[in-house]
Design a binder for this molecule. Structure first.
Ligand code: FAD
Ligand code: NAI
Length: 471
């Protein structure tokens, strides 16, 4: 791109937020450029997040199931062996297929892809240090910041992605560690802890709070999830804070302290996974050159239309407010481009689903029971266990339940929490119901195919105002 060329929209960051905005802008007929520095599109999600983690979760589950859960299904297997290199290769194939697919969509929608690191030279000009050497600059009538997030480091424990790792290292270890300690029992800790536990590691999760799952998970569901993961071999130390670490010896040592009931001790492991949250990433972006603000947690400050203090510069995705989720970033991308092109756009932040892709999966949308209690909002509950669902029974996969929370007066759905097989797919139905303000009776009177897991969803709805038929 020539230095003087002006675009309608310049996007910094080609992750889910940035690439979706770029495609949408192209579709809307805007002249758009997207600057990405990692050498591949798709950001954290496609390269070192959602996609590779789901590949490993899926294939490690299959391996674990073949090893431990095939005989009772009438399948006799012989010599089952893990080929970790091949499992990693399958992961890479999924990743590159998808990242290349975005390059194709860029071409199809007339998006200019600039490979390099962008930083603000002025309010309308972004200077780019090109990956292949040299510099260019691009001028935008509008600019979108979509630079994402990075793992929060643990003070005093240097990340080498081999023995002290973040999720990125956990996605590409070259051998199964004998003992792994996970600092943080949030979604990353539990997903990646599950992967390595299934592949043979002895995994201990140390969590500061008395509940696993990170923010948002319903306490009753989190307690069930913990029991089921424990049954699979993952150990937990809850109410326990890691206070310091030392990786200088043969083993990595961690000092832990009683935070909320745990006990002080020294733990040792071959590999330590630091999974204590993620933080917005704005390093080298030159926000200071144009006086843009970040809050105390490093999030770029924006208004309800994603505008920064400079109204033609907008910001979306992990680098600003809200849950750090790919589908949230994607919704914001579409809305931000609509604001630019049409002057209006919308994201319903009360209806963003969350999924933890362990086995069983945990998924939820809307409010949880502890928050309703805290806010003094009246509610009633309907539950249905998968042990009473015919499809779960045929699948020999009956752990978990559907829990619905509804307004006691109107039956309006307030929240839905599922732990069970395919919870991540099933939550789409609850999300749609919540978006359209459905009552639980609306859900229960909607015919659901038999035999499906979704019948558990229907029967939990029924249980909020009447009785479930099969339980
Ligand atoms: P990112 O994906 O981080 O993309 C930002 C991009 O900007 C990066 O590629 C970066 O290289 C680039 N960039 C930064 N600065 C510059 C610059 N100055 N110039 C040029 N380029 C720059 N979410 C889900 O919804 N579901 C999941 O299953 C899920 N699994 C996850 C698993 C893991 C292990 C991790 C770590 C995260 C997971 N997430 C998941 C979260 C999800 O990855 C993020 O919410 C999502 O990637 C946010 O998109 P983004 O575009 O805002 O940021
Ligand atoms: P998280 O915020 O979900 O969990 C971090 C946990 O670490 C918290 O429970 C916290 O109490 C604990 N913790 C912090 N300091 C500690 C200490 N010193 N000792 C012990 N425990 C400590 O963060 P996580 O798991 O790193 O994930 C980051 C984000 O990535 C998620 O919030 C989510 O937005 C995204 N993500 C989403 C996935 C999905 O949608 N399936 C999968 C993976 C990541």
């Amino acid at each position: 791109c020539s230095a003087a060329e002006e675009k309608d929209l310049v996007i910094i960051g080609g992750g889910v937020a940035g690439y979706v905005a770029a495609i949408k802008a192209g579709q809307e007929g805007l002249k758009v450029a997207c600057i990405e520095k990692r050498g591949a599109l798709g950001g954290t999600c496609l390269n070192v997040g959602c996609i590779p983690s789901k590949s490993l979760l899926n294939n490690s589950h299959l391996y674990h199931q073949i090893m431990h859960d095939s005989k009772n299904r009438g399948i006799e297997v012989g010599d089952v062996k893990l080929n970790l290199q091949a499992m990693m290769k399958a992961k890479e194939t999924s990743v590159t297929g998808l990242t290349k697919g975005i390059e194709y969509l860029f071409k199809k929608n007339g998006v200019e892809y600039i490979k390099g690191t962008g930083s603000f030279a002025s309010e309308h000009e972004v200077r780019v240090k090109l990956t292949d050497g040299g510099e260019t600059s691009v001028v935008g009538k509008n600019i979108l910041i979509a630079t994402g997030s990075e793992a929060t480091p643990f003070p005093g424990l240097e990340i080498d992605e081999k023995r002290v790792i973040t999720s990125t290292g956990a996605l590409s270890l070259d051998k199964v560690p004998e003992k792994m300690i996970v600092i943080g029992g949030g979604i990353i800790g539990l997903e990646m802890g599950s992967v390595w536990s299934r592949l043979g590691s002895q995994v201990t999760v140390v969590e500061f709070l008395n509940q696993i799952g990170g923010p948002g998970m319903d306490t009753e569901i989190a307690t069930q999830a913990q029991k089921l993961l424990k049954k699979q071999g993952v150990d937990f130390k809850l109410g326990t804070k890691v206070v310091s670490g030392d990786a200088s010896g043969e083993k990595v040592k961690l000092e832990v302290d009683a935070a909320k009931g745990g006990k002080a001790e020294t733990l040792e492991a071959d590999v330590v996974l630091v999974a204590i949250g993620r933080r917005p990433y704005t390093a080298g972006l030159g926000l200071e050159n144009i006086g843009l603000e970040v809050d105390e947690r490093g999030r770029v400050v924006i208004d309800s239309e994603y505008r920064t203090k400079a109204s033609h510069i907008r910001c979306i995705g992990d680098v600003t407010f809200g849950p750090m989720l790919a589908h949230k970033a994607e919704e914001e991308a579409v809305a931000a481009v609509e604001f630019i092109k049409k002057g209006y756009g919308h994201v319903n932040y009360g209806v963003i689903p969350s999924v933890m892709y362990t086995h069983p999966e945990v998924a939820w949308v809307g409010q949880n029971e502890q928050d309703l209690k805290k806010d003094n909002i009246p509610y009633k509950i309907g539950t249905f266990p998968f042990s009473a669902n015919s499809r779960a029974k045929t699948n020999l996969d009956t752990d978990g339940m559907v829990k619905m929370l509804a307004d006691p007066e109107t039956d309006r759905l307030l929240g839905c929490h599922i732990i069970g097989p395919n919870a991540g797919e099933m939550i789409a139905e609850a999300t749609l119901a919540l978006e359209y303000g459905a009552s639980t009776e609306d859900i229960a009177r909607t015919c659901h195919a038999h035999p499906t897991l979704a019948e558990a969803f229907k029967e939990a709805a029924m249980a909020t105002y009447s009785k479930a038929i099969h339980f």
